[in-house]
Design a protein around this ligand. Sequence first.
Ligand code: GDP
Length: 196
Amino acid sequence: INYQRAAFLTSAPDIAALPADEGIEVAFAGRSNAGKSSALNTLTKQNSLARTSKTPGRTQLINTFSLDPTRRLIDLPGYGFAKVPLAVKQKWQKSLAEYLMKRDSLKGLVVLMDIRHPLKDLDQDLIHWAVESELPVLILLTKADKLGPGARKKTLLEVREAALAFMGDVTVHSFSSLNKQGLSDLEQVLDLWFGA
Ligand code: GDP
């Protein structure tokens, strides 16, 4: 798939406002500041497709991008931002769980985590919901350039080991938007999910 063809489709305030549940979509999720926007921009080779935010957690919109008439990328709002009120957090978690369980066109979930802070509670919750829904998960350990090769390899192996506990289809790769490390791994997994 040529990910450079990604084009902005819609901004939805909640999952009810998403495009019709047809075709194939893959969702990207992660804590605020995990590097999700940067990864989407790196994947699509577009500098400002996904807005990289200096004020994490501010927007709660779900942005959708079309790759072709039947395939979409879904940019889910970042989670884990401390200043969001608890009630808002809980509402969002509930609708996220529902999205993962009920969305027929959803064929895979990419969970992005800073390689220096992997598998926080909310990341784990998300992966559990995805596995319960029999959805394949790709864990991307972002900002891999922040670690030296030894520490990077060590963390990668540790997270792969930990991922076995989810008892599902969970793949782990390291990734850097800065030096494009892991980009071909990401593309390969997405191509598989999109059936390309
Ligand atoms: P988001 O909130 O998950 O969308 O995260 P962003 O993509 O906005 O990135 C958060 C911060 O991390 C920004 O300051 C980025 O410049 C930085 N960042 C993102 N990806 C990388 C990366 O691969 N390497 C490094 N060194 N910094 C990154």
